[in-house]
Write a protein that binds this ligand. Structure first.
Ligand code: 3VV
Length: 194
């Protein structure tokens, strides 16, 4: 799927992604990168509460159940919510590289409508890395992990330092995150990345 627009096409000097030696084994749940994250946080009652699991290679699977709070049209998931699920799944991949990265570009295809109560089965993989640029692709299926594709996306994530959040985030939340030992541990795991 990757590379439908020039900025999502890896350059000639791009390399294959390398799974970090400390990446969690295939099958392991990753857990939220931040409890208040709209995509994965368990402290966000109306968030997606998406649970991502490491797969083989630099790949992830994730599941997200569409709730009534996620509607756009009556009884159907909002497209922006589905794009969020793809964004979150693609963002989780960076944990396997031990890279902190933010979404630079996200290109989404909405292939089929997704009704409320549907479980969206997502799978994503990193396809290439070039310097700070991380290229990845994802699909979301309905009816089961092998079901029909309802959504798909290609993305470009850009690696950043922890300072990206400290410098740009609202001080209230940054200070709370920095005084949370679990959050600090997660941030440190990234910073020892060689
Ligand atoms: C202890 C407390 C601390 C807390 C710790 C927290 C740990 C948390 C862990 C993990 C968090 C992950 C959270 C995931 C959440 C889900 C994912 C999201 O939704 S993220 C939110 C949405 N995204 C943004 O808000 C980005 C906003 N944009 C920016 O900040 C900048 O534009 C940024 C950083 C992306 C790039 O800015 P530059 O100044 O660093 O770098 P430049 O030089 O502009 O770009 C680098 C390369 O990338 C290309 N590039 C950048 N943006 C592009 C774009 N949109 N399309 C195509 N190429 C792009 C450029 O052309 C350049 O390429 P060439 O090196 O020249 O080849």
């Amino acid at each position: 799927m990757s590379g439908r627009t020039p900025s999502l096409t890896p350059p000639d000097d791009a390399t294959a992604p390398v799974r970090h030696p400390d990446a969690p084994p295939a099958g392991e749940l990753l857990g939220a990168h931040y409890a208040h994250c709209f995509g994965c946080g368990d402290a966000q009652p109306h968030g997606l509460q998406l649970q991502a699991r490491a797969a083989e290679g630099v790949a992830i699977t994730a599941e997200f159940t569409v709730k009534p709070e996620h509607q756009g049209a009556p009884g159907l998931a909002h497209g922006g919510v589905l794009a969020t699920a793809l964004d979150e799944t693609l963002g989780s991949l960076n944990w396997l590289l031990r890279a902190i990265a933010v979404t630079g570009r996200l290109e989404t295809d909405f292939v089929r409508p997704v009704p409320v109560d549907t479980v969206l089965y997502l799978e994503a993989e990193v396809t290439a890395v070039a310097g700070r640029k991380i290229y990845s692709t994802a699909v979301g299926r309905i009816g089961g992990p092998e079901g029909e594709i309802a959504v798909r996306a290609d993305a470009l994530f850009i690696e950043v330092k922890v300072d990206h959040f400290i410098d740009n985030g609202r001080p209230e939340e940054i200070n709370a995150a920095m005084s949370d030992p679990d959050q600090r541990r997660r941030a440190r795991a990234f910073e020892v990345n060689p």
